[in-house]
Design a protein around this ligand. Structure first.
Ligand SMILES: C[S@@+](CC[C@H](N)C(=O)[O-])C[C@H]1O[C@@H](n2cnc3c(N)ncnc32)[C@H](O)[C@@H]1O
Length: 339
């Protein structure tokens, strides 16, 4: 027998029947039968449960005994009422969870409109809580798992902006960019394009291999990739339809060669932050106001800050409690345009 509450089963009915005017009797019949089948118990008062969901802002009352569920219109609270985890921090339109993106039970439902994230690069960075020196095979397995979870938690028109290295040469040369792009598609994401980010202040030029000799020279491109993927359909028809990008921004950001400096680790107090410019461009170009922006590797909270300051709603996750604390402090200090 299943462990499901009366509230969850009513929500399930409305989610299966979005944007439709529904009479009380239709809901009551379905949930009573379904609840009995799945739990063996009797659903005592379905009408009361429907009224409660209306009072909570999840259902719209269309007329006497007629209700509707419109996922585009439900509030942030209701949309996120489905996390299986305690929030670490919430401030109006930002929610942060301390947890592991590999835990597929973390969120029960689809809620993501846009993912902007930079996963650990597996280059031996000293994060507090995760091992950044897996074997390459283990790293690819890790990547497959977290991308699968994010796919599951995403709305059908979700976009996924994945900031990864082009390649790596520490511990063996690897085509990380193309390997992760392939894995993202293996787990269901569809490929749209790749942005090359020319990170001006990168300071990796110390190794030349065989200096001025052909025996074994090193070649290093001082760039990172931002792979642009989406779930089912590229054309976005849901959401508020409010785009707030300027003409100049649109022209610049649609040119897939981005050039701006990386962020200082010291200034932020995190070993691998990206600069605000990165999520800013992604959010402005690929999302509407009010969309839910998710960063499963929140780190110092850069994506969440930018999302909140551009009138989006932001959900973050990080496995390390001290980085959650850092993100919370940054969010509280840097968000000035909360909805
Ligand atoms: C590259 S950093 C992200 C930095 C972020 N973009 C910023 O601007 O600060 C990767 C983050 O992923 C977190 N992390 C690593 N493994 C994780 C996991 N399994 N689940 C959630 N977070 C994880 C690390 O603690 C680290 O803060």
């Amino acid at each position: 027998m299943e462990n499901i509450t009366q509230k969850e089963i009513v929500i399930e009915f409305f989610e299966k029947n979005p944007k439709r005017d529904i009479q009380h009797s239709e809901v009551a019949d379905w949930v009573a039968a379904e609840y009995q089948n799945r739990t063996g118990d009797v659903f005592s008062d379905p009408r009361a449960q429907v009224r409660k969901l209306h009072q909570a802002g999840i259902l719209i009352k269309v007329g006497a005994g007629i209700y509707k569920y419109d996922p585009d219109l439900v509030g942030f609270e209701s949309k996120l009422g489905f996390a299986n985890k305690q929030e670490y921090f919430r401030d109006k339109n930002v929610v942060l969870y301390h947890g592991d993106v590999l835990d597929h039970r973390l969120f029960k439902k689809q809620f993501i409109d846009l993912i902007v994230t930079s996963p650990p690069y597996n280059v031996g960075i000293d994060y507090n809580s995760n091992d950044d020196e897996l074997s390459y095979h283990q790293y690819l397995e890790f990547s497959e798992k977290w991308m699968t979870n994010c796919y599951k938690w995403s709305n059908t028109q979700a976009r996924f902006l994945l900031n990864i290295p082009l390649d790596k040469n520490k511990g063996g040369n690897r085509s990380v960019g193309s390997d992760l792009t392939k894995i993202s598609q293996d787990v269901g994401w569809k490929y749209h394009s790749t942005i090359v980010w020319n990170e001006g202040n990168i300071s990796r030029r110390t190794a030349w291999g065989s200096w001025m000799k052909a025996s074994a020279p090193f070649v290093i491109a001082p760039v990172e990739l931002i792979v642009v993927l989406y779930k089912d359909e590229w054309k976005k028809t849901n959401g508020s339809k409010i785009s707030d990008i300027t003409r100049a921004e649109f022209m610049e950001y649609t040119n897939g060669l981005w050039a701006f400096n990386g962020e200082s680790k010291k200034r932020i107090g995190h070993p691998a932050p990206f600069p605000k410019e990165l999520p800013y461009r992604a959010i402005k170009l690929f999302s509407y106001q009010d969309d839910v922006v998710f960063d499963p590797f929140t780190g110092s909270g850069t994506t969440l800050i930018v999302a909140a300051n551009t009138k989006r709603r932001a959900v973050g996750l990080d496995i390390d409690e001290s980085y959650c604390g850092l993100a919370r402090d940054r969010i509280m200090g840097e968000i000035d345009a909360l909805l």
